[in-house]
Structure formats: structure tokens, C-alpha cells
Design a protein around this ligand. Structure first.
Ligand SMILES: Cc1cc2nc3c(=O)[nH]c(=O)nc-3n(C[C@H](O)[C@H](O)[C@H](O)COP(=O)(O)OP(=O)(O)OC[C@H]3O[C@@H](n4cnc5c(N)ncnc54)[C@H](O)[C@@H]3O)c2cc1C
Length: 653
């Protein structure tokens, strides 16, 4: 994902980089590399550090730009990437960050004449190879099979936020999600947005049962369901640091009395779980909720103490980027939080997770678009098959995917309304290239589009002012065993303070008759979804400060924080970081989520909602990205890609 840095972020990042702490407990934490097996399980060879600094070999591209910033995002920052096709692409890559900064610093403002013009011309160019871009290509190909489309993506592998981490631990292959993880099975409607049918994704799945002394343990299939919605279905432990009995299970029923919370807070939690948002005559409930923050709703409308908002802050931040002080109350109802919907009346949903999460769906898109890109045709082949990278960008194919390619300028040739073509300039392998298209789908976020689309109309720029974005760090920790969790009887933990706020292990899906192990003496991936939010700051300022922290913290510092957090929670049940941790991969998503504040969904003062402005095509360009939904999810992203391409087909084909 492309990252545009502000001066504030850069200054803060410089400061944070210098502040890596040293600890005398390195050995105890397993940071002694002779003890850990870090070097063996990490298979990534990094090609980092300003590979694109000489883009275009032009004066404009190489000279120092005002506000330039030489933040070191090299080896010590990126960290290991595991094994397999995803090893060199985990979260935002160093190259991507460098190029993004160059775009923002104006390095590509005057380079068009110096870029190599390949003479290539496509019917459709799609900027972005996440779900929105893959879906745009899918629908273009469906509706216009003779058309030729090219996807440009700035990562070494397709999928956007839907990628995975692979580890080999003691000869066992285990995977975790880099970001996008769970999905519900779509109804078999046969409609164009029934992707399970269109992409041949099966609808019935089986998952491994826990074995050995863990038999009967209740373990979620994904990273979200246990968090709040169906916590009572799983073995979830709430950890209260410093309490006599720090672990509390079944917290909302039998456990509530044993928490260290005050009576007032316990009563508030008990009460909020009985409240539902009331519809009132003459009031549009959704619009009313969208006029205030969740915190305001909880505290001013329901009279709850601030501890309730604080508890739901990280849960909201893990799905929509920021906490209750920033997000509109409409999303509390949308996500059916207590205070909006009584948890006893939740519908029973079943969330699924492929090995490594929704990368499994992204791979099915690519298999359908470019059949030779993944060998074999079974579900197992598509999930685990090696990517034939050479096949992705083959001359003559109706759909091509060009990786490691960052669009730095997108502009109509001539006046927007009369232009016959759009010119795209992109950076690849230290060189600028140019090509043309009859139409372009920008399947990238607003923080990119504002800089890259040169003739973006002012009203779109104004609408983008309403968008804020915040970061999430997803850390996958490969364990040699999870005996310490089994002893606690906990498959997921939730806490406050320290690194992150939750982590869990999952039941692995059985694919082709095989699965990763689920026995406490065998390897597994423990995943931390760690949103970075800063209550008290403004909505945009929280994202800026969060990115500074995310990007300004070295791998070593995060590794230390993770190990310390695990020691704090699990050492009493026998956790030994030196023996139990086999590897850690960090996935840093600087603009993980858009953060819809009040008015984002329905607009204010009778003005259209900002996403509705952005959705209108202008000239031969249409924008389609998951952020336009407010809540970002895989099929919503696919829906935005479809809408964008169908609008262009109506207008120009
Ligand atoms: C931590 C996390 C957890 C999530 N969990 C879930 C989940 O469990 N279930 C779910 O359904 N959804 C989940 N989501 C959300 C969902 O996955 C995303 O909304 C969706 O994958 C986004 O797809 P997209 O195509 O809109 O954008 P992206 O995935 O961001 O794809 C855009 C692509 O365009 C590239 N790009 C940007 N600018 C340029 C440029 N100038 N040139 C070339 N390429 C460019 C980006 O690098 C990226 O590869 C999660 C997201 C995150 C971050």
C-alpha cells in the first residue's frame, strides 16, 4: 500500500527510531540468536533501500526534493518475511515507502517527457492489485472478453491487504494472515457478485479438531469472531496485569464479578449489554447515529462511564482503525456492539479463514484471470500452489498483472471531458515507464489518488479531505508449541496496556485432506492484530501519530515488545520465549483502514456523503477502493471495483 508521509510523521519517526530501548533481560526474552531458531525459519532475502531513488534517471527524479527524508527502512526495519512466495512482501515494503515519499515530495511532477514510452495501449488499466483491482479485472473480462486489461501493483505479489505469512517450523508448514483474514460463505445466487461460484471456491469446509490434552478446547477459526461477537463460544481469557488472579474467563457472565473493575464499571458493562438502539418516530436512526461519535452515544445518550468506550476502543480500532472517540456511532449499530444490539440476540454467523486468510480468495481471482499463474486446478493447488510469476504479465493475454510497478502519474491526454486516452506513468526497477489506456480504474486509496491523479477535480479533492486513515500492525508469531496456552485453557487473550490488545491461535482449515497441526506440542501461528490509535487527538492526527510510531519503530524493538508482552501473560503457565518462539513476522499497514467519523456515511448539511462524490467517474477515470464503504472488507472491495468498471464500460465502450 502506498504511503504518503507528512512532515510531522517524518519528524516523529526519526525521534522514535533513536529510542530503541535496551534490556538486561535479552537472554530471558529469547533475543539471544544462538538460542532462538530465528535464522533458520526466516527465509527472506531483502532487496531494500531506495531502489527507486534513480527513477527515470532524470534530473527531476534524482535531485533532492524539498522536505526529503532519509528514513532508514532497511533490513533492521523490515525484518524477516518467512518462506515461500510471500517472503519478500509482508505489509508495506521498504521500496513502496520510499517511492511513496518521492511522489509526495514532488519528484515526479515533471518527469513525463523523460519516461520510457513503451507504446503499450490497453483498453483498461487498473491501478492496484487488491480485491478492488482484481474484481475490476474480473468484471471487465466477464463483460468485455475481447478487451485487454493491465493491473499495476506496487508490491512483489498481488492481493493488497490480503496476503499471508508462511513459516517452516521443525519441518511443519504453518501460515498466518498478513491482514485480511475472515469471510462468510456467500449465498449461491449465481449473480455477478457471487464470487464463490464464479471463482470455483468451495462452500463446505472442515477444520482440524484440537488434539492431545487440548481435545475439547474451544478455538476460533478466525481472528475476529471471539473478540466480542461470539466470545462465549470460545476459550477467551481476559488478562488483568497485576491482579491477584490475572486471568478471567467467561467475563460477561460468571467472570464479571471476579474482574478488578469497580462496581460502577461492572454494572455499566452488565447494563450496556441489555440496551438496543431505539427507533423513534420522526427520527432516521442511522442518520441520527451518524451525527455523533460512539463515545458521545455511549456517554451522553446512554450515560455510561468512559471505561465502556475505552474497552471497545481497540475492538473498533481493529476493524475500522480508530476507537469510539473518532468513529461515528452509525458503525456501532453496523457492527452490532452492546448498547446498539443485545448480544443475546446475535445471529449465529460462521466465519471462515483459509490458511493465511483471504489471500486464499485473492489467489482464486488470479487463477480465474490468468489460469497459468498457479499450477493445477484443485482447491489445494490454488491455495498452496507456487505462483508462476512469469505468467502474470504475458504479452497477448487478456488480463496481465505487472508487479513492483508504482503508478506515479495518471492523467487524461488533453481536456478531461474530450480526452480519448489516459496516460499512466509508473516506476519499476529504477526506471519510469509510460503507457496508455482507453479507461482507468484507480483501485487505490485516497491518500494515493490525491497525489497521483494529476487532473483530479477539486470537488474530489474536497471530498477526500473527509477521509482519515490509520495504521495496524499484524504480528504473526510462529510457536514451536502452545503448551502454555493449553495449560491456561485459553485460545485467545484480550488485555489492556502493553503491546497490542489481543492475540489468538486458530483451528486450521483442512485443505486437500491435510491441515496444519492443532496439538499443543506442535507448531502453530499466534497472531496479534495491533491497531494503533491515540484517543484524545483528532481523527486525522491519530493516524499521523500512529503511522509515525508504526514506521519509526525498528523490528528489534517490536520483537522485544512482543516477547515482553508474552512473558507478562504466559510465563506463569510455562512459556519460555527462547524455546517456544520460532519466528516473528511483522506486517505494517500504514493506511490499513479508513476511519469514518460523523457524516462520512450520510453527509452533512444536505451535502452528498464524501464516498458518493468519489464514486462518480470523471472523464475516463473511475475510482473503486474498499475505503469508499467506510468499513473495509473483501467483498465490499470487490463491489467497488465492479461498480467502477461497469460505469466506465457504460460510458466508453
Ligand atoms: C489488518 C487488517 C485486517 C483485515 N481483516 C479483514 C477480514 O478479516 N475480512 C475482510 O473481509 N476484510 C478484512 N480487512 C479489509 C479488507 O481486506 C480490505 O478492505 C481489502 O482487502 C482491501 O482491498 P482493496 O483492493 O480495496 O485495497 P488494497 O488491498 O489496499 O489494494 C490496493 C492495492 O493497490 C496498491 N497500490 C496503491 N497505490 C498504488 C500505485 N500508485 N501504484 C500501484 N499500486 C498501488 C496497494 O499497494 C495495494 O496492493 C482487513 C484489513 C486489514 C488491514
Amino acid at each position: 500500500m502506498l504511503m504518503i508521509w507528512t512532515q510531522l510523521e517524518m519528524r516523529a519517526a526519526k525521534t522514535t527510531t533513536l529510542c530503541v530501548m535496551t534490556s538486561k533481560f535479552d537472554k530471558e526474552l529469547g533475543l539471544d540468536s544462538a538460542i532462538t531458531r530465528r535464522d533458520f525459519v526466516y527465509g527472506s532475502t531483502l532487496l531494500v533501500g531506495g531502489a527507486l531513488v534513480g527513477c527515470g534517471k532524470s534530473e527531476d527524479a534524482t535531485s533532492a526534493a524539498p522536505g526529503d527524508f532519509n528514513f532508514d527502512v532497511g533490513d533492521s526495519w523490515y525484518g524477516p518475511g518467512g518462506v515461500g512466495d510471500y517472503a519478500s512482501s509482508h505489509g508495506n515494503t521498504p521500496d513502496l515507502i520510499q517511492t511513496a515519499h518521492q511522489i509526495r515530495a514532488g519528484r515526479f511532477d515533471k518527469v513525463s517527457a523523460r519516461a520510457i514510452d513503451s507504446g503499450e495501449e490497453y483498453d483498461l488499466v487498473i491501478v492496484g492489485g487488491g480485491f478492488a483491482g482484481l474484481s475490476a479485472a474480473h468484471h471487465f473480462n466477464r463483460l468485455n472478453p475481447s478487451g485487454r486489461a493491465l493491473i499495476l501493483d506496487n508490491h512483489p505479489i498481488f492481493g493488497g491487504e490480503a496476503k499471508r505469512n508462511d513459516f517452516e517450523v521443525n519441518g511443519v508448514h504453518i501460515s498466518g494472515p498478513q491482514g485480511s483474514n475472515d469471510c462468510a460463505i456467500q449465498a449461491a445466487t449465481g449473480d455477478p457478485d457471487d464470487y464463490f461460484s464464479a471463482l470455483n471456491i468451495p462452500r463446505e469446509f472442515q477444520y482440524k479438531e484440537p488434539g492431545g490434552s487440548a481435545a475439547g478446547m474451544r478455538i476460533a477459526q478466525d481472528n475476529y469472531e471471539y473478540l466480542h461477537w461470539h466470545e462465549d463460544k470460545f476459550d477467551v481469557g481476559h488478562f488483568f496485569r497485576g491482579a491477584d488472579k490475572p486471568w478471567v474467563k467467561d467475563v460477561w457472565k460468571s467472570g464479571l464479578a471476579t474482574t478488578p473493575w469497580s462496581d460502577e464499571v461492572r454494572q455499566a458493562f452488565a447494563r450496556v449489554r441489555t440496551i438496543e438502539t431505539e427507533d423513534k418516530a420522526g427520527r432516521d436512526t442511522n442518520r441520527w447515529l451518524d451525527s455523533m461519535t460512539m463515545k458521545s452515544y455511549f456517554e451522553n445518550e446512554l450515560g455510561l462511564p468512559p471505561e465502556v468506550s475505552s474497552f471497545y476502543d481497540p475492538i473498533m480500532a481493529s476493524i475500522i482503525g480508530l476507537g469510539c472517540d473518532a468513529i461515528s456511532a452509525y458503525w456501532g449499530l453496523y457492527f452490532q456492539l452492546p448498547g446498539f444490539k443485545n448480544p443475546d440476540r446475535y445471529n449465529d454467523i460462521m466465519l471462515h479463514s483459509f490458511p493465511g486468510g483471504n489471500a486464499g480468495i485473492a489467489r482464486h481471482f488470479v487463477k480465474q484471470l490468468i489460469p497459468d499463474a498457479i499450477d493445477g486446478s484443485t482447491f489445494e493447488n490454488v491455495i498452496f500452489g507456487k505462483i508462476a510469476f512469469d505468467e502474470l504479465d504475458r504479452v497477448g493475454k487478456p488480463v496481465r498483472i505487472r508487479l513492483n510497478s508504482t503508478a506515479v502519474r495518471v492523467e487524461h491526454e488533453g481536456k478531461t471531458q474530450d480526452a480519448e486516452r489516459v496516460r499512466i506513468t509508473y516506476a519499476r526497477d529504477g526506471q519510469l515507464h509510460q503507457l496508455r489506456a482507453k479507461a482507468v480504474v484507480m483501485a487505490s486509496g485516497g491518500w494515493v489518488n490525491r497525489h497521483v491523479i494529476r487532473d483530479l477535480p477539486d470537488e474530489y479533492r474536497r471530498a477526500y479531505e473527509s477521509f482519515a486513515h490509520s495504521p495496524v500492525l499484524v504480528a504473526n508469531v510462529a510457536l514451536t508449541n502452545w503448551r502454555f496456552l493449553e495449560r491456561l485453557g485459553v485460545s485467545a487473550a484480550i488485555w489492556s496496556g502493553g503491546f497490542g490488545f489481543t492475540c489468538n491461535i486458530r483451528r486450521p482449515m483442512i485443505v486437500g485432506g491435510k491441515s496444519q497441526p492443532l496439538h499443543p506440542d506442535e507448531p502453530i501461528v499466534l497472531t496479534f492484530y495491533a491497531p494503533i490509535y491515540k484517543p484524545g487527538l483528532g481523527r486525522k492526527e491519530q493516524g499521523i501519530a500512529g503511522r509515525a510510531e508504526l514506521l519509526g519503530t525498528s523490528f528489534a524493538d517490536y520483537e522485544r515488545q512482543i516477547r515482553e508482552q508474552m512473558m507478562t501473560m504466559f510465563s506463569a503457565s510455562g512459556f519460555d520465549p527462547a524455546k517456544d518462539i520460532a519466528g516473528i513476522i511483522l506486517n505494517r499497514w500504514g493506511h490499513a483502514y479508513t476511519n469514518p467519523g460523523p457524516g462520512f456515511r450520510f453527509g452533512v448539511n444536505d451535502n452528498p456523503a464524501p464516498p458518493d462524490v468519489i464514486r462518480e467517474p470523471f472523464g475516463r477515470i473511475a475510482i473503486g477502493h474498499s475505503e469508499l464503504r467506510g468499513h473495509q472488507y473483501w467483498s465490499g472491495a470487490a463491489g467497488e471495483g465492479r461498480r467502477a468498471v461497469e460505469a466506465l464500460l457504460d460510458l466508453h465502450f
